[in-house]
Ligand binder design. Sequence first.
Ligand code: URA
Length: 279
Amino acid sequence: MTMAIDWTLARALLEWQLELGVTDAVLAEPVDRFVQPAAALDEAPMPPAMTAPGAVSFAAPDAGAPLAPAVHVAAPEIDAVALATQAAQRARSLPDLAEALADFAPCELRRGARNCVFSDGNPNAQVMIVGEGPGAEEDKLGKPFVGRAGQLLDQMFGAIGLTRSSPDPAASVYITNTVPWRPPGNREPTPEELAMLRPFLLRHIELAAPRVLVLVGNVACDALLGRRGILRLRGHWTQAGDLPAMPMTHPAYLLRNPAAKREAWADLLSIKARLASGL
Ligand code: URA
């Protein structure tokens, strides 16, 4: 037999259970009612004790539909951005930071990747390039921009006299990405992933201390300028924190749209002119 009860009786019964020492209401499987769509709540399994013959049922005050008692047992929340900020700020050097990033467990991307792709090039370079995230080749080799897009990137910067391998800060580039782990299926990093890993990126820039930043593609602009719309942003010097930054189209875009190389060349010349001007 089941008995419909109103909310005052339901509350009194819960208070009585609390007095008896009940501290948690659990099902066989955890149910996070904050993420369930409203419709699913009506279908949530009731604990056996609630559906057994003779048990009381809890009627919703207005709808009359049966509902399991909505007791939310809070999962311990971690503030991944705060953890990332602490870990990044503790790093006193680039190798420290690379180690802290490789050990940063809260980011799910880490589990699906083979390598933590930290950086490549000359850490003392005047120009620091920030890309999106590793692809398949980068994940395999543990270095940023080593696939087709990376080869084009090297050619582009080589054309203004900057290479990854030069020991001269004025003739080299230093390269990293917004996220160090390959997102599954080469998707873009989510806003949550970008926010979580941004403290590492900011510390990376702080420790490398380049003269200028080059932000290639929308995701790098999103992470460091909080803006997208690369076709409008490109070619215009802007400020990322206290550094001058040049947004450019991503080399993967240029591979698909060779006509856009003309504008990319203009952007490269602007970078070269800025470096020569000593600004
Ligand atoms: N694209 C990027 O944005 N970064 C890489 O490292 C490789 C491809």
